[in-house]
Design a protein around this ligand. Sequence first.
Ligand code: SF4
Ligand code: FES
Length: 250
Amino acid sequence: MSEQTITIIVTRQDGPDGGSYEEEFKVPYRQNLNVISCLMEIRRNPVNSKGEKTTPIAWDMNCLEEVCGACSMVINGKPQQSCTALIDKLAQPIRLEPMKTFPVVRDLMVDRSRMFDSLKKVKAWIPIDGTYDLGPGPRMPEKRRQWAYELSKCMTCGVCLESCPNVNSNSEFIGPAALSQVRLFNAHPTGEMNKEERLEALMDDGGLLNCGNSQNCVQSCPKGIPLTTSIASLNRATALQSFKNFFGSY
Ligand code: SF4
Ligand code: FES
């Protein structure tokens, strides 16, 4: 077992404007390795499978327990978190590529700013005055709290955007993650006060109308977030908002 090796082919890119190329590495096999432990092994000894010294591979990571969303990459064709991708469950050679929906910073590290910009666009927060103690806020009904908790598990990992055919560099579509966060913040008893602003943002360019209902997002989300249920619910809420806007103007 100790003589076994793992073959990893990495799509590399030296910087945001460089061309990409593949480099193959061999890593000694151990049980229970994940993709990040292999990348760390390569970083300790950056020599490719031809025996040539090379530069260490760049990638993003933080929590190492599928909570922060930073380590997403395309592993054997599937966008997922590299910290929880177990080597024993992957066919070899293992191919690692950066997500294509986001600009590459270097190697497997991408810039997910478009996701954070989308959260700003839809005002995915609850504005409260923090200058004095407001006391406990209104309680959320238990049934609503339960589904809202599921939506709150989003880690902005980008996997749902990567698997959506309508999110790309030519489209302004904010993608399923930010849409679902509108449903979450609009469900909050305090967040509800800014409900209309968030719905208006979804009725704007890059909003709900850009969704082609491919349903890839809900299948790919590692947190099992019911994204298509959120989208359907927001479709109803924005339709109602349009009526209100129309009749409110008379
Ligand atoms: S909705 Fe799921 S796939 Fe999309 S960013 Fe959030 S956690 Fe990742
Ligand atoms: S390192 Fe945080 S999700 Fe993988």
